[in-house]
Design a protein around this ligand. Structure first.
Ligand code: CA
Length: 222
């Protein structure tokens, strides 16, 4: 899962980036409204955290233009503007959630997870596929009730697959949602990561779809 973080306060941005990474998110950070609009229009994210008071282009204008272009990106506004009129204009522009500064980082993370879950059609905080289960609150993964220890990238990848299970996801898509920034990487790293996750899960859950990518699914009896 990858978050677009739009925040011009660099100290705060760094604090959020660390907390998000610890919570299992890849993060792409931008500092002004123009960059935010470009990233939101051209790069794939699972959700955005958007400040309103931004250089170059105000957060409400960013949101308005993103929605005008048809973007369904879940957006949590994180701002010092606590007036009702500010909240109203953000929601009118297409915000999905609104948190005012000062804030509890954990609350922002819990709200982000809920936004992502709803946007991918999941209603409960536990994601399941056959014997595999992920509790999105504490990031615990189990297979048949037995805990599975995963590295942060393995966990990010598995979380993405669980949100998008029953659908084939390409290596490029996985790479875009698992790694920070927009660095080009060899798609072999995904195959290596996938092999390690399969070994750790020990159950036939991740299927290779030749020429297309991977699919997470459980076929009892297969
Ligand atoms: Ca600001």
């Amino acid at each position: 899962m990858k978050i677009l973080l739009v925040e011009d306060d660099l100290g705060l941005a760094e604090r959020l980036r660390r907390a998000f990474a610890e919570a299992g998110f890849a993060v792409h950070h931008v500092v002004d409204g123009v960059e935010a609009l470009y990233a939101g229009q051209h790069l794939p994210f699972d959700a955005a955290v958007l400040d309103l008071g931004l250089p170059a282009l105000d957060g409400v204008a960013v949101l308005d233009r993103l929605r005008g272009g048809g973007s369904r990106l879940p957006v949590l506004v994180l701002t010092a503007r606590a007036r009702w009129s500010d909240k109203l204009s953000a929601f009118n522009a297409g915000a999905d959630d609104y948190v005012t500064k000062p804030f509890e980082t954990d609350e922002v993370i819990v709200r982000l997870r809920a936004l992502i879950r709803r946007s991918t059609g999941h209603v409960r905080p536990e994601l399941e596929c056959g014997p595999l289960r992920l509790d999105t609150h504490d990031q615990r993964v189990t297979v048949n009730g037995e805990p599975v220890a995963l590295t942060s990238h393995e966990l990010r990848l598995l979380t993405y697959l669980l949100h998008h299970q029953q659908r084939t996801v390409s290596r490029t898509e996985i790479m875009e949602h698992v790694y920070d920034g927009d660095a080009e990487r060899d798609s072999n790293v995904i195959d290596v990561l996938m092999a390690r996750i399969r070994r750790k899960l020990g159950a036939p859950l991740i299927h290779t779809v030749r020429g297309a990518g991977y699919r997470l699914a459980w076929h009892p009896g297969s």
